[in-house]
Design a protein around this ligand. Structure first.
Ligand SMILES: *Cc1c(COP(=O)(O)O)cnc(C)c1O
Length: 366
């Protein structure tokens, strides 16, 4: 079971789709031909079969337990990725603007879509310093808005809010695509949380939406059917054929977080330990490795930094690949290196990257 796979697998630092837990891949592989008690594979059974309904309910329950989701929140499993949630329907008919905290590439994509839907207001924009820092969420000039949108982790720039917003007057909507379930969050601080699975929770194709009951009433009749959250809620995520394999897989990842990792507080500790290994190297050698994010706003998920030259960056990526450390090129808009070290990245992978960083610096620094 899995020994060959484990030997052949590289340490995959891809930003997404990204590394998944080996025990979860092994379980999915083991059960792919025949799901226990099912007589067929997860890919072959009806989304209305009692077997699939049990899988759906199990996945939801595990998310509820892990994140302590209060009973007045619904959990939806949708398609269309996080991009489709950018067109969210919480504004239509409200007569109010949506407010945005612009912290990097993804929040900027989100506001572009919201502009098609209604009025938007920018509360804060980090453009001036190339999105290397975050504002204090308690100090923004909030107004009377349909919702306030924020991106909990900017996957491209590598900046991340360490805490949940603390204000009850505004409805916060958080894009948690790239740090979903990386730490315990206080769901009650948000009106809605959404996350595509392929960064931290499963395969591409399924997006989790956690939305407070009362906000579902904002689903306007003029919306396209698929964009109507109330329609999905009334159909228990079976409005149309849902991404069955993705839902199954997210359930397995949640089970791994519960049973192998021991919950999100443990996961958070692991994530902090992993990220610290890399940030320590940046702090030890600021003349050689220049971190993109300001120290106080650094992401535990995506570690972004530059080397002194493009040549050295290329040579670093090349050497890393020869050590089975893959997909470290930074996003084209930031350059340099981006090491995505999501939940499923083992500490051994981060240690190997740290060792290479130290060794590479010792050979190339003046
Ligand atoms: C990847 C990502 C998205 C886009 O997700 P899709 O599933 O490709 O639509 C949105 N927001 C953040 C923060 C991301 O990391």
């Amino acid at each position: 079971m899995g020994t060959n796979t484990a030997v052949d697998r590289v340490f995959n630092f891809s930003a997404g789709p990204a590394v998944l837990p080996v025990p979860v891949l092994e379980e999915a592989q083991r059960d792919l031909l025949c799901l226990p008690g099912c007589g067929a594979s997860i890919l072959e059974i009806s989304h209305r079969s009692k077997q699939f309904i049990a899988i759906l309910e199990d996945a939801e329950q595990r998310l509820r337990d892990l994140l302590a989701i209060p009973p007045n929140y619904r959990v939806l499993f949708l398609q269309g990725g996080s991009r489709l949630q950018f067109s969210m329907n919480l504004m239509r008919g409200s007569g109010k603007a949506a407010e945005f905290v612009l912290t990097g590439s993804w929040s900027n994509y989100a506001i572009q879509e919201a502009k098609r839907e209604g009025q938007t207001r920018v509360l804060w924009d980090g453009r001036e310093t190339n999105y290397d820092r975050l504002p204090n969420l308690d100090e923004l000039p909030y107004g009377d808005s349909a919702y306030v949108h924020l991106t909990s982790n900017e996957t491209i720039q590598g900046v991340q809010f360490a805490n949940d917003p603390n204000l009850s007057e505004s409805v916060f909507v958080a894009d948690m695509s790239s740090d979903f379930m990386h730490r315990p969050v206080d769901v009650s601080r948000y009106g809605m949380i959404y996350a595509c699975a392929q960064k931290n929770a499963g395969p591409a194709g399924v997006t989790v939406v956690i939305v407070r009951d009362d906000l579902l009433e904002r689903s306007d009749d003029s919306l396209p059917g698929y964009m109507n959250y109330q329609a999905h809620n009334e159909a228990n995520s079976l409005y149309n054929t849902p991404p069955t394999f993705g839902i199954y897989f997210v359930g397995l990842v949640a089970k791994w977080l519960q049973e192998d990792v021991g919950g999100l507080a443990n996961m958070h500790r692991r994530n902090r330990d992993k990220a610290q290994l890399l940030y320590d190297v940046l702090d030890e050698s600021p003349d050689f490795y220049q971190g993109h994010a300001r120290a106080s706003d650094r992401s535990l998920m995506n570690v972004t930094f530059r080397l002194p030259s493009d040549e050295l960056t290329k040579s670093f990526v090349h050497e890393a690949a020869s050590h089975q450390l893959e997909s470290l090129e930074g996003h084209r808009s930031v350059g340099g290196i981006r090491a995505s070290i999501y939940n499923a990245m083992p500490i051994e992978g981060v240690e190997a990257l740290r060792d290479l960083m130290v060794d590479f610096r010792n050979r190339h620094a003046n």
